[in-house]
Design a protein around this ligand. Structure first.
Ligand code: GLU
Length: 427
């Protein structure tokens, strides 16, 4: 068989970016799978990358032009799926990495979707609701040929929410002249959203944490945890982990970290954020820095903020026995071997946070059937699928004698590569 030619993993760059981090793990997994060279090339290259300009008349009457992106990494398993993020510092490279992670995530989650990601370079904190709506509608209109319930289905991601998904759905529907609710997931319930979607990623993080604790022979009720990030994923994870008896001793957001050795009152923290936007002034604990939070002596660390938080610089100082990645790409590739050598069990992002896209799949199924499930059914099916995914990744890691991270990549890439071979190459 014509296998990949390199024998050494790609050199580790001085400064890692998410795409390099993704590719370094991909290369190692590809080599272990002895992927054919052509398949390797195919899987590393996004099938489509679209950049659009979004001219908007701002509230002050001036025109500003924003840039929007959608990258479809792979659609071998089905229509591509992935969130849309709004942030001032996003780059096409970052979106490319995130799109590839969605391909691997959907493959592991065993749902019939490929991977995509999109975003608009803007600072939502400085935009009015009217401006935000205009940006969303124009972005959607410019992506009409890309999006579609059978083609590419967006969802919420960093700084986007149910309301933004509603505008995407409405704009798309206006152009197709019929209500098309399956074109986007993470919508408000009233227009075809799914019960349990908002909590799904945090619920999946909780299922993964409990499974990881069990593998380590640890008891949830005697365990402590720190959660970095208090957005949708971090806050819900903290709440549900607490409900399982795990003591959440620290949380953080843009305003900083908060530590309480008796346990953070997560419900109070969530109510505070509802009213005041950040945790600042909430008096839920003593303040600590982001670095201090990551290095706390806890059993479980849940990075649920953004990329590149656990790096070669701080990995050796981390004390957690288990890391469950709520965010996408919170650990750089250079940090992986350091954590492995310390014996830390890392439940990788493409497994740990796949609860969100799994319930997005449920939402899409419900929209297409026009039949909506009870919360109990959504949660039961989510928990079952998360358990299966965790077990499959764990077994693959054991079989190849590698970390769960590499096990996840091997499992994911193998399935997409096999699908590709069965479908064949159209020419
Ligand atoms: N943005 C989420 C993720 O990164 C959800 C994507 C989706 O539901 O399509 O997994």
């Amino acid at each position: 068989m014509d296998t990949v030619v390199y024998k050494e993993p790609a050199p580790i760059a001085d400064k890692e970016n998410p795409f390099e981090s993704m590719m370094q793990r991909f290369d190692i997994a590809a080599e272990m799978l002895e992927l054919e060279r052509g398949v390797y090339e195919y899987l590393k290259t996004p099938v489509k990358q679209v950049t659009v300009s979004i001219p908007i008349q701002m509230d002050n009457g001036e025109i500003e032009v924003f840039e929007g992106y959608r990258v479809i990494h792979n659609d071998a398993l089905g229509p591509s799926k992935g969130g849309i993020r709004y942030a001032p510092d996003i780059t096409l490279d970052e979106i490319k990495a995130l799109a590839a992670w969605m391909t691997w995530k959907c493959s592991i989650a065993n749902i019939p979707f490929g991977g995509a990601k999109g975003g608009v370079k803007c600072d939502p904190a400085r935009l009015t609701q009217v401006e935000l709506e205009k940006i969303t509608r124009r972005f959607t209109a410019n992506m009409l040929d890309v999006f579609g319930p059978d083609k590419d289905i967006p969802a919420p991601d960093m700084n986007t929410n149910e309301q933004i998904m509603a505008w995407i759905m409405d704009t798309y529907s206006m152009h197709t002249r019929r209500t098309e609710n399956a074109v986007v997931t993470g919508k408000p319930l009233i227009i075809g959203g799914s019960l349990g979607r908002r909590e799904a990623t945090g619920r999946g993080v909780t299922v993964s944490t409990l499974a990881a604790l069990a593998k380590r022979g640890m008891n949830a009720k005697q365990s402590s945890c720190a959660v970095q990030g208090f957005g949708n994923v971090g806050s819900v994870s903290a709440k549900l982990l607490g409900e399982q008896g795990i003591k959440v001793v620290a949380v953080s957001d843009v305003s900083g970290g908060y530590y309480n050795k008796k346990g953070i009152d997560v419900t109070r923290a969530m109510e505070w954020v509802q009213k005041h936007r950040t945790l600042e002034g909430s008096e839920i604990g003593d303040s600590l820095t982001n670095d201090e939070l990551l290095e706390l002596d806890v059993d479980v660390l849940v990075p649920a903020a953004k990329e590149d938080q656990i790096t070669a610089k701080n990995a050796s100082r981390l004390k957690a026995k288990i890391i469950v990645e709520g965010a996408n790409g919170p650990t750089t590739a250079k940090a992986d071997p350091i954590l492995d050598s310390k014996g830390v069990l890392v439940v990788p992002d493409i497994l740990a946070n796949s609860g969100g896209v799994t319930v997005s799949y449920f939402e899409w199924v419900q929209d297409r059937q026009g039949y909506f499930w009870s919360l109990e059914r959504v949660n039961r099916r989510l928990e079952r699928m998360m358990h299966e995914a965790f077990t499959n990744v764990f077994r693959t890691a054991e079989k190849y004698n590698v970390s769960m991270r590499l096990g996840a990549y091997i499992l994911a890439i193998d399935k997409v590569a096999k699908t590709l071979k069965v479908r064949g190459i159209y020419a």
